[in-house]
Design a protein around this ligand. Structure first.
Ligand code: PGA
Length: 252
């Protein structure tokens, strides 16, 4: 049974006060809602304080939005997986399209980051997805196939339980355009079979999230698809009611 996950990626949003208010609201309301594993991914400066706020709330996990591919060294401005692990960050989002687009991250670099995260006990949430141009030219299946096989090429079979992957069509991120449940399911099903080909039967158990303008109004329909195991939420994770509404959609 693949338990659903709702992960909130704040990106470069919120300040200290609004961020902590948001976390407090989620902590307050979450006991009334069940059905999903919840992960919060605030920006780096808020991770350590939010880790403290979550100390007695095991049902909420903490993720970073990125980490460096090396363990330590002269990389000004960067953060390592080991640093994250040292104060209780359990997950890290890697391969997000904004990192690929604005920071030139390639599948090869992302693969190294995944490896380094695993070495340090931080579980990767690996993102992949096609651009509008790639979809319009009919290349979306090939694009996601390549992103999966290249970045997860060396992924160890015995760490599959630590892996979550997220299909995030670039054309749906922050645009208000959501993939239809059928469009998303078609890719998720394809990716699940790729995972099985690459890793054997255990590959089929890896949870695959959908991300891209997911909101309380469309989440239930998306999450009802057989291969969609929850959501990676950007904009709607910045508002407690919206984020909680999406978590609720996991139990409908
Ligand atoms: P969005 O972002 O929900 O604002 O579209 C999703 C993401 O980038 O993870």
């Amino acid at each position: 049974m693949r338990r659903k996950i709702v992960a909130g990626n704040w990106k470069m949003n919120m300040d200290m006060d609004s961020g902590y208010d948001l976390v407090r609201s989620i902590i307050r309301s979450l006991p009334e809602i069940s059905g999903a594993e919840v992960i919060l991914a605030p920006p780096f400066p808020f991770l350590a304080p939010v880790a403290k706020m979550l100390q007695n709330h095991d049902s909420i996990k903490l993720a970073a939005q990125n980490c460096h591919h090396e363990g330590s060294g002269a990389y000004t401005g960067e953060v390592s997986a080991a640093m994250l692990a040292s104060f209780g960050v359990s997950n890290v989002i890697l391969g997000h399209s904004e990192r690929r687009q604005y920071f030139g991250e390639t599948d090869a670099i992302i693969s190294k980051k995944i490896d380094n995260a695993l070495t340090n006990g931080v579980d990767p949430i690996y993102c992949f997805g096609e651009t509008l141009e790639q979809r319009d030219s009919g290349n979306h299946f090939k694009v996601v196939t390549d992103q999966i096989s290249e970045a997860l090429n060396d992924y160890p079979n015995d760490r599959l339980d630590n892996l979550v992957i997220a299909y995030e069509p670039v054309w749906a991120i922050g645009t208000g355009l959501t993939a239809t449940p059928d469009q998303a399911q078609e890719i998720h099903q394809h990716v699940r079979s790729l995972m099985t080909t690459q890793f054997g039967p255990e590959g089929a158990g890896v949870r695959i999230l959908y991300g891209g303008s997911c909101k309380p109004g469309n989440a239930a329909e998306l999450f009802a698809q057989p291969d969609i195991d929850g959501g990676l939420i950007g904009g709607a994770s910045l508002n407690a009611d919206d984020f909680l509404g999406i978590i609720k959609a996991c139990s409908t």
